[in-house]
Ligand binder design. Structure first.
Ligand code: SF4
Length: 306
């Protein structure tokens, strides 16, 4: 890694990968290991503490694989999102829960979790690696190049970073690779069973995502069902502070308890789901949670940390 002190021009002081350990970012890491794209000084995995077991398993083998090419995989974290959400003593950070209002209308709660549990720790780590931890100012011209695993089929999600010291690049778009090409490449390299990365109980899951958890990760499913019951009337911290939330809160888009929800592939999208869904049925996952693909994930805390 080039030291921050020696780099104030157009070259990045650091090359890193925002690693979600899902299909696209795993592909980008393997491409760097094979020198198809420039090598990374490190890959950063923002751990919400509530990913499916399969993602942690993939992370472990990616770490081992990348180490052989001299790329360290570092875990960064702002805590365990599940534990924090249910802790009456913890400041409540809103997840995009589905809301059934008292008048029967439906909505979607604010999403602050991505900013708090993914963007903030990633930015914190990059600042530290650059040599300018918060609150030190990062000098103009010093920056990290951050690779993001966004494929050509989702190019609309490719966004610039909102801070000067981080410049996003999109190697899969540059190579013209779509998700199917990534899946094929991973299979060729023995990483064929790489699963989508997101919190176990993410309200953005479509029916396909929920079915996968139910059918492949029984402990994870039981955990998500228990969480869904526990947040029916809001977060314990909010209610404990006398902020009685109106309506009922659900993980599933149908505003049904998760263990009662119809996970059939053909269930049509309900009107309020247009807030989050881009597919024709509830089966497919919508865009999901990429730390750098949605500015609404930025929270006040993250801005302070930046
Ligand atoms: S995966 Fe879902 S619950 Fe987890 S941080 Fe992202 S939006 Fe929030």
């Amino acid at each position: 890694m080039t030291t921050a002190a020696s780099t104030c021009g157009t070259e990045p002081a650091l090359r890193c990968l925002s690693l979600g350990a899902g299909v696209q970012s795993s592909t980008v890491l393997l491409l760097a290991c094979e020198a198809v794209i420039p090598r990374f000084d490190c890959a950063l995995f923002a751990d919400t503490g509530w990913e499916p077991k399969a993602v942690y398993t993939n992370l472990a083998r990616l770490r081992e694989h990348a180490a052989k090419s001299g790329i360290p995989v570092r875990r960064v974290s702002a805590g365990n999102i599940r534990d924090d959400a249910l802790d009456p003593a913890h400041r409540f950070v809103s997840m995009p829960l589905h809301v059934l209002n008292p008048d029967g209308s439906r909505g979607l709660a604010r999403r602050q979790c991505t900013g708090e549990y993914k963007i903030a720790p990633l930015k914190k780590a990059v600042r530290e690696l650059l040599g300018y931890p918060h609150p030190r100012r990062v000098p103009r011209g010093v920056y990290a190049e951050q690779a993001i695993g966004i494929s050509t089929d989702e190019f609309a999600r490719a966004k610039d970073s909102d801070v000067r010291y981080l410049r996003n690049v999109f190697p899969l778009i540059d190579l013209g690779w779509d998700r199917a090409r990534c899946v094929e490449f991973l299979a060729e390299r023995g990483f064929g069973n790489t699963v989508k990365s997101s919190c176990l109980g993410c309200p953005f899951h479509g029916n396909a995502g929920w079915r996968w958890i139910r059918d492949n990760d029984p402990d994870g499913w039981a955990d998500a069902v228990a969480f869904d019951h526990a947040i029916r009337h809001g977060y314990p911290h909010a209610t404990g502070q006398g902020q009685q939330l109106r309506g009922q809160y659900f993980l599933h888009r149908s505003c049904q308890p998760l263990d009662k929800a119809d996970l059939d592939p053909s269930v049509p999208v309900k009107r309020h789901l247009k807030l989050v869904a881009t597919s024709a049925t509830e089966d497919e996952d919508p865009d999901g949670c990429s730390p750098w693909a949605c500015r609404s994930g930025t929270s006040a805390t993250e801005e302070r940390a930046a």
